[in-house]
Structure formats: structure tokens, C-alpha cells
Design a protein around this ligand. Structure first.
Ligand code: SF4
Length: 338
């Protein structure tokens, strides 16, 4: 299926790729076009670890028919044990730790707080689905990803929840413009409209689902997306309208155009210091990296012309992380035309 979409020239967008493109189109180009693998920051792996255990918690809860851990302490101990194993004893990936001590400090502070809060919030009830994958096409745009939680409907509304482990509490404006959440709400509405089994599994009424997928709604206030700020246990709900759907399409269209035309600009570090502070490409981003990436982009442009035989990929001068993954199969990305 993946290859089929590629052959049809359909670029796919996930909530995280679009999010990155909007935060910094230069970082997006490094990650998704040049396939330069980042070395994640400690907070990123901690978030991933919590999400893994949240999923396991719910799976075990369902299997057992009740709370699968004796106490919040025993839940935390299991999560911590797995954390130390995966990042200290036998590391499963490289992480840009400031020192090895940081692994233990995080385990004793943030990881502990998040585990205790999670246990407290989920001991009575778990969601219907966790890490629910979606992959669909709407108006020629392929969207895919996974929703952290789909929850039981209540009072005629359908609930999606996204767990945030490191981000600050959002403002109303940030929530209303969060493309990630618009994609999730759209995914639920579109899939429910098209698939009876999705409606049945989640308990969405036929009458509600019929209205979605542009019939006449893409989005409406029946779907609520909640931002769970796990550190404070606060949830911030938001719903969307068709206007948000058109904003999403505009954002994708503009981002694709920028990437096609090489308008990938580094974010303004002075205006957005936080974006750069938490960017895993921060250590390799220099002026000379920018020049090299620009040269690389121009080469690819040449390669896109019919009969061009010119493709020499030289990213070797980009300052390296300890480990850099080079793109392997560029000819597939830009096939020759003759
Ligand atoms: S350090 Fe800042 S400007 Fe550079 S790639 Fe990261 S987010 Fe973009």
C-alpha cells in the first residue's frame, strides 16, 4: 500500500510531520526529505516511554478486567525498571543525555510524577482504544498516524485524548489551531463515515456519522479532542468546525509548495527560542549546514529534469551527530522520467 501511494505520487502527512514542518521547515527537510536521523532529547524519549506504558496499562487492564497493578508504587517501579534497562543497562537507542546521571534523575522526578498521576487518573476506567492507528485519503491528501486514546462517548459527544508529558499547558488559541488535533478529529469523523465497523466499535450513531466526510461537515462539535497535561492532570478540550478543516488543507498545500520550491527556512531563533531549544537538530545546525542543504536541494532539482544523469549525493560535509543515516534510495523518490 505504501508503495502504491508513492507510485501515485501521493505524499503522506502525519500529525508529527506536519507539526515539525510548521515549527521549522528546515528541520522538516532534514528529517523527512534527507532522512537525517536525529538523536532524540531526553524529554522526547521519556514521553515515548510513558506512552508505551500507558498503552500497556490499558491493554493489561482490559485483559484482567480491572486494575493490573497493585498500587501506584508498583506501577511506577515497573515503568522505572524498564526505563533503566532500556536507557542505561542495555540502551535501545542513542539519546543526547547531558550525563548518564540524567537517566536516574529523570526517573526519580518527572517519570515518577507522571506515573503516579497516570495511575490515579486511569485506575477507575480506561479508554476504548489506545494508540489507534489511522491511514486514509481525503481530497487527494493522505493522512496517517495514531490517536493516543479514543474514549467512550458521553452526552452525544465523542472523545479523543492526547497525552502530553512535557509540553506546557496550552492556551485556547494554541489549541484551536493545533493541526495535530484537527487531523485526529478529521480521522475519527472520516473513518466513522466510511466504515460501519468503526461506528460500531466506538459507539458512534449512524445519524452523526452520516454528516461527516463533507456531508456537509468535515468537523463539528460532536468530536472533542482533549489535551491531557499529565503533570497537572488537567484536560483542555477543544472541538473544530469546517473552517479548521480548510485551514488544515491550506497549511498542507502551503507546506508542500514550500518544500517543492525549496523555501525551507530555519525558524527564527530569537522569536522562537523554545523551538530551537528543544530541537534535536540544534547541534548540527550551522550556516554551513544550511548551505550544504541548499546545494543538495539544487542537485535534486536538476535530477528531476528528464534525462538528467546528475545525482551525486554529498551530505558528508554536514557536521555529524555521532551517527548519521544517509538517504538510501533517492532514485525511488525522484524517478527518472525517460
Ligand atoms: S535548531 Fe532551530 S532553526 Fe535549527 S533546525 Fe532546529 S528548530 Fe530549526
Amino acid at each position: 500500500m505504501e508503495n502504491l501511494h508513492r507510485l501515485r505520487g501521493l505524499k503522506s502527512w502525519s500529525a508529527s510531520s506536519l507539526n515539525l514542518a510548521q515549527r521549522c521547515s528546515f528541520a522538516y527537510y532534514l528529517k523527512y526529505e534527507l532522512n537525517i536521523k536525529e538523536i532524540p532529547l531526553p524529554r522526547m524519549v521519556l514521553g515515548k516511554h510513558i506512552h508505551k506504558w500507558a498503552h500497556l496499562f490499558c491493554k493489561r487492564y482490559k485483559k484482567k478486567g480491572g486494575i493490573p497493578f497493585k498500587s501506584e508504587e508498583s506501577f511506577y517501579n515497573q515503568v522505572k525498571g524498564d526505563w533503566i534497562r532500556n536507557y542505561y543497562v542495555k540502551p535501545i537507542e542513542k539519546v543526547s543525555w547531558s550525563s548518564k546521571e540524567e537517566i536516574f534523575t529523570l526517573a526519580k522526578t518527572l517519570l515518577k510524577d507522571l506515573c503516579i498521576n497516570y495511575y490515579d487518573m486511569y485506575k477507575e476506567e480506561t479508554p476504548l482504544f489506545t494508540e489507534h492507528k489511522f491511514d486514509f485519503i481525503i481530497e487527494g491528501i493522505r493522512l496517517r498516524g495514531a490517536i493516543d486514546e479514543i474514549r467512550k462517548p458521553s452526552n452525544g459527544k465523542y472523545f479523543i485524548r492526547d497525552i502530553k508529558t512535557g509540553s506546557p499547558k496550552p492556551t485556547k488559541e494554541e489549541l484551536e489551531n493545533k493541526m495535530q488535533f484537527i487531523i485526529y478529529a478529521l480521522a475519527l469523523g472520516s473513518l466513522a463515515h466510511k466504515h460501519k465497523e468503526v461506528r460500531e466499535q466506538i459507539g458512534i450513531s449512524n445519524k452523526d456519522a452520516e454528516r461527516w466526510y463533507g456531508n456537509p461537515d468535515y468537523l463539528n462539535d460532536k468530536i472533542i479532542v482533549e489535551y491531557l497535561h499529565l503533570k497537572s492532570k488537567e484536560t483542555f478540550p477543544v472541538s473544530f468546525t469546517n473552517l479548521n478543516y480548510y485551514n488544515l488543507l491550506d497549511a498542507i498545500e502551503q507546506t508542500e509548495k514550500d518544500q517543492r520550491e525549496g523555501n525551507f527556512f530555519p525558524t527564527n531563533k530569537e522569536k522562537n527560542p523554545k523551538i530551537c531549544k528543544f530541537c534535536p537538530y540544534g547541534t548540527i545546525h550551522t550556516i554551513s549546514t544550511e548551505n550544504l542543504v541548499r546545494e543538495e536541494f539544487e542537485k535534486r532539482r536538476v535530477y528531476e529534469r528528464p534525462n538528467s544523469k546528475d545525482l551525486t549525493l554529498n551530505l558528508s560535509a554536514i557536521p555529524k551527530f555521532k551517527e548519521i543515516v544517509y538517504p538510501r534510495n533517492l532514485s525511488f523518490r525522484f524517478p527518472r522520467k525517460n
